[in-house]
Design a protein around this ligand. Structure first.
Ligand code: SF4
Ligand code: SF4
Length: 86
């Protein structure tokens, strides 16, 4: 699953640096998560770091981006391969 930030985000900037995949950026009105980069922290941490640090609990599992652990791990492997090729 990739995660999604709700419009209750208060733009506190805390989650962006916590993301190991650089999947979080400031959108037009509040922070957003790129589903192509979010592995739900699989490969890096036991739990989603953005959820851990968010003070207003506005980050949820995106019902439109449900992925299995295997798919998330594959995405992680692809991201790592891209990073080492860069
Ligand atoms: S779950 Fe992990 S990879 Fe996904 S946006 Fe949050 S911190 Fe980044
Ligand atoms: S930590 Fe939560 S409130 Fe702060 S910018 Fe990220 S999503 Fe928004």
């Amino acid at each position: 699953m990739s995660l999604k930030i709700l419009d209750t985000c208060v733009n506190c900037d805390v989650c962006e640096p916590a993301c190991p995949n650089k999947a979080i950026s400031l959108g037009e009105e509040f922070y957003v998560i790129d589903p192509d980069l979010c592995t739900e922290c699989v490969g890096h941490h036991d739990e989603p770091q953005c959820v851990v640090v968010c003070p207003v609990e506005c980050i949820i599992t995106d019902p439109e981006n449900i992925e299995s652990i295997e798919q998330l791990d594959l995405k992680y492997q692809h991201l790592m391969a891209k990073e080492s090729a860069a």
